[in-house]
Design a protein around this ligand. Structure first.
Ligand code: HEM
Ligand SMILES: [Ca+2]
Length: 310
């Protein structure tokens, strides 16, 4: 697949230069998830928010400094993206074991896979050899990452701009089988502020009234809700079953079932067949992980994931 720098990614990339690389990531992620199950979701999402902005190049990890404006400030990430301390811990262990060898971008790709496996999802071999960017893109983060109130078409267009299609969109949205969302990410569905004052009719009414208890018309913006209220820390296909019951939390979840025939059929397929969901999820994660990585001598191997090398 297409890379910047002419090289390519392959799972054995660190087999000689850092044979313990994968084990180090797995151990630190396992410890973090044991301490806080939600961390699996947060790490999975970090890789997504990295890959959709100039490719999987660890741009999301950079703090603001000098001419760099951190992507952590963007609308999708502010008060929301988390897991940075876990990546720091992995990187610290990694630098001791094999200095200047393993990229922050690869660490995120491995952590996303391990997070999926640890919560009961599928496994896959992660192609490796990404290098780290020497800059970030706040505008890219604001513009490329889909928002929960985007239309189905807008979301699909944002996926297509990354070389991903409708099958990838539906399978990868299955990530919302784990993790949380804030009230502010779906409030408008509960009160329909723009329309006729009636609640969103693609949302189950008893589920909506439960949600209103902790997500009032005003206040409580940061209150947390499970994206999959049935099994919030288990990576399974219950997210898709929820969509069939009009119990998707985000508008961007429910539209996969209500706004497009092809997408609707995929949702049904994954709701009835977890194995097919797992197979496609693994494929689509590899595809997302291949979004224009830096290879060869492009970019660098950062020593600290939060800042570019001096
Ligand atoms: C299809 C378009 C998508 C939209 C509009 C979307 C939107 C969101 C929103 C609004 C949240 C809650 C953020 C908050 O309130 O703080 C969220 C959480 C999450 N998203 Fe997505 N997302 C999308 C696709 C994806 C993809 C492709 C992945 C992974 C491959 C993913 C993984 C996650 C995870 C795991 C969480 C929970 C994070 C946590 O608990 O820390 N999402 N998403
Ligand atoms: Ca689940």
């Amino acid at each position: 697949s297409k890379t910047v720098g002419g090289g390519y990614l392959y799972p054995q990339f660190y087999d000689h230069s850092c044979p313990k690389a994968q084990e180090i990531v797995r151990n630190v992620v396992a410890k973090a998830v044991a301490k806080e199950p939600r961390m699996a979701a947060s790490l999975l999402r970090l890789h997504f928010h990295d890959c959709f902005v100039k490719g999987c190049d660890a741009s999301i990890l950079l703090d603001s400094s000098g001419s760099i404006i951190s992507e952590k400030r963007s609308n999708p990430n502010r008060n929301s993206a988390r897991g940075f301390e876990v990546i720091d811990e992995i990187k610290a262990v990694m630098e001791k074991e094999c200095p200047h060898t393993v990229s922050c971008a690869d660490i995120m790709a491995l952590a996303a896979r391990d997070s999926t496996v640890l919560t009961g999802g599928p496994s896959w071999e992660v192609p490796l050899g990404r290098r780290d960017a020497r800059g970030a893109s706040l505008s890219g983060s604001n513009n490329n990452i889909p928002a929960p109130n985007n239309t189905f078409q807008t979301i699909l267009t944002k996926f297509k701009l990354q070389g991903l299609g409708i099958v990838d969109l539906v399978a990868l949205s299955g990530s919302h089988t784990i993790g949380n969302a804030r009230c502010t990410s779906f409030r408008q569905r509960l009160y329909n502020q723009s329309g006729n004052g009636q609640p969103d009719n693609t949302l189950d009414q008893s589920y909506a009234s439960q949600l209103r208890r902790n997500c009032p018309r005003s206040g409580g913006d940061q209150n947390l809700f499970f994206l999959d209220f049935v099994s919030p820390i288990k990576f399974d296909n219950s997210y898709f079953k929820n969509l069939l019951a009009n119990k998707g939390l985000l508008n961007s979840d429910q539209v996969l079932f209500t706004k497009n025939g092809e997408s609707r059929e995929l949702v049904k397929t994954y709701a009835y067949n977890q194995e097919l969901f797992f197979l496609q999820f693994a494929k689509s994660m590899i595809k997302m992980g291949n979004i224009s990585p830096l290879t060869g001598s492009r970019g660098e191997i950062r020593q600290n994931c939060r800042k570019i090398n001096a």
